[in-house]
Ligand binder design. Structure first.
Ligand code: KG4
Ligand code: ZN
Length: 356
C-alpha cells in the first residue's frame, strides 16, 4: 500500500494564527492529526475590531510556536510531511504575508512541495473533514467577510450564483452586537441574547428579499437596528432586538437559499447537496432553519462541525490534500492576494449603482 499523504496547513489571513496536520485513512477519509488555533480576540477587544498591524505582529510572535505545537501533537516528524499548504488570500495582506512566508520557508528548507490555498476554498471544503461530500454541491458561505451562494463543480471550479451587495452577514452580526454593547466579536453572543428575547418584538427590513435572485443585502437591516438600539433602555429590550435581528436573518437566508436551490438545479439537474460553511454557520438557529428547508426541498444538508466553522488550518490542509493528490503545486513566488474570488468570472457587485 502506498503511503498516505501528510499535509501541514497554515492559516493567518485575519485574526487567527493556526496550523494543522492532516492525513487520510485507507478509505481516503481525512484524519485530523492536530489542529491548533490561536485566537487574537484579547489583542483586538479594546478596539472593537481587528487592527491589521497588531494582528500581523501577533501572527509573527506566535506562528513558530503554533507550528511546533501542531507537530508535537500530531507525532509527525518534519521529514514525514509531504507538502506545506498556506493561505495566500483573500485577507489582510500584512497578515497573509506572515503565514505565506512561513509556509514557503518551511517547504523550501524541507525540499517539499508548496501549495497556495484560497481561504474561501478552505471554508468550502471544510465539511469534507467530517462528511462524505461529492461534487457538485451548492455552497452558502457565510463568514465575517463573505456571504455568497456558489455552485461548487469540483476542486477550484466555482460558479457564483449570488453575493452580498454590501455588508457580509458576520459583519452584520458583529455590528449589531456592538450596538447592543457586546464586546467584539459579538456574533456568537447575539445567538445567546436571542435565546432570551422575543423575535417578533421589532419589525426589521429585509432588503432585496423579493428581487435580485439570490443576491443578499444587509446594510438597511443594520441601519434599522442602529435606530432602535439608540432608544433601548432595558436588558430585555436588548434580548428582543437580538432575537428580532436573528430571526430576520433566518428568514432572509431561508428565502434566498430557496432561490439558490432553483438556480443550482438549473445548472446541476441531479445536484441535491447543500453545504453551509464559514463562521456564521456555527449559529444553531440558522442551521435549524436551513435544515428544515433542505427537508422540504429534498436536499441533503451538510455543515462542518461547529469547531471547524470559524477560521482554522485543518480546512487549509484539506484543500492542500486535495491539490496534492492532483499534483497541483505552486511556485515559491506565489503572491499574497488580498482579493481573490473563487469565481474569477463573477462580476463585482458592490456599492452604489449596483443593478440587480
Ligand atoms: O469564518 P470566520 O471565522 O472568519 C472569516 O473568514 O470572516 O467568521 C467569523 C464571523 C464573525 O463575524 C463572527 O461574529 C461570526 O462569524 N460568528 C457567528 C457565530 N459564530 C461566529 N455569527 C452568528 N452566530 C454565531 N454563533
Ligand atoms: Zn474565514
Amino acid at each position: 500500500m502506498s503511503k498516505k499523504p501528510i499535509i501541514l496547513g497554515i492559516e493567518s489571513s485575519c485574526d487567527e494564527t493556526a496550523v494543522s496536520i492532516i492525513t487520510e485513512n485507507k478509505e481516503s477519509t481525512p484524519i485530523i492529526l492536530s489542529n491548533i488555533v490561536s485566537s487574537q480576540v484579547e489583542v483586538h477587544k479594546e478596539f472593537g475590531g481587528v487592527v491589521p498591524e497588531l494582528a500581523a505582529r501577533s501572527h509573527i510572535e506566535k506562528i513558530d510556536l503554533i507550528a511546533k505545537k501542531a507537530l508535537e501533537e500530531s507525532g509527525v516528524r518534519l521529514e514525514d510531511l509531504d507538502a506545506i499548504a498556506a493561505t495566500a488570500g483573500p485577507g489582510l495582506i500584512v497578515c497573509l504575508s506572515v503565514g505565506l512566508s512561513f509556509g514557503k520557508a518551511m517547504a523550501s528548507s524541507l525540499g517539499k512541495p508548496f501549495i497556495a490555498v484560497n481561504h474561501l476554498e478552505g471554508h468550502a471544503l471544510s465539511p469534507k473533514l467530517n462528511s462524505d461530500l461529492n461534487y457538485p454541491y451548492l455552497l452558502l458561505l457565510i463568514s465575517g467577510g463573505h456571504s455568497q451562494f456558489l455552485s461548487v463543480e469540483g476542486l477550484g471550479k466555482y460558479k457564483r450564483l449570488g453575493t452580498t451587495i454590501d455588508d457580509a452577514i458576520g459583519e452584520a452580526f458583529d455590528k449589531t452586537a456592538k450596538m447592543l454593547g457586546i464586546e467584539f466579536p459579538g456574533g456568537p453572543q447575539i445567538e445567546i441574547f436571542a435565546k432570551k428575547g422575543n423575535p417578533n418584538k421589532y419589525e426589521l427590513p429585509r432588503p432585496i428579499l423579493n428581487k435580485g435572485g439570490c443576491n443578499l443585502s444587509f446594510a438597511g437591516l443594520k441601519t434599522a437596528v442602529l435606530r432602535i438600539a439608540k432608544q433601548i433602555k432595558t436588558d430585555q429590550e436588548k434580548y428582543d432586538l437580538a432575537a428580532s435581528f436573528q430571526s430576520t436573518i433566518e428568514e432572509i437566508l431561508y428565502k434566498k437559499s430557496k432561490v439558490a436551490f432553483k438556480e443550482f438545479k438549473n445548472i446541476n439537474k441531479d445536484g441535491n447537496t447543500f453545504v453551509v460553511a464559514g463562521g456564521v454557520a456555527a449559529n444553531k438557529k440558522i442551521r435549524e432553519v436551513l435544515k428544515k428547508l433542505c427537508e422540504e426541498k429534498n436536499f441533503k444538508a451538510i455543515f462542518p462541525p461547529i469547531n471547524l466553522c470559524g477560521d482554522n488550518a485543518a480546512m487549509i490542509a484539506m484543500v492542500g490534500l486535495e491539490k496534492f493528490k492532483l499534483n497541483q503545486f505552486d511556485n515559491l513566488d506565489f503572491p499574497a492576494k488580498p482579493r481573490w474570488s473563487l469565481d474569477e468570472n463573477a462580476i463585482f457587485l458592490k456599492g452604489a449603482g449596483v443593478k440587480l
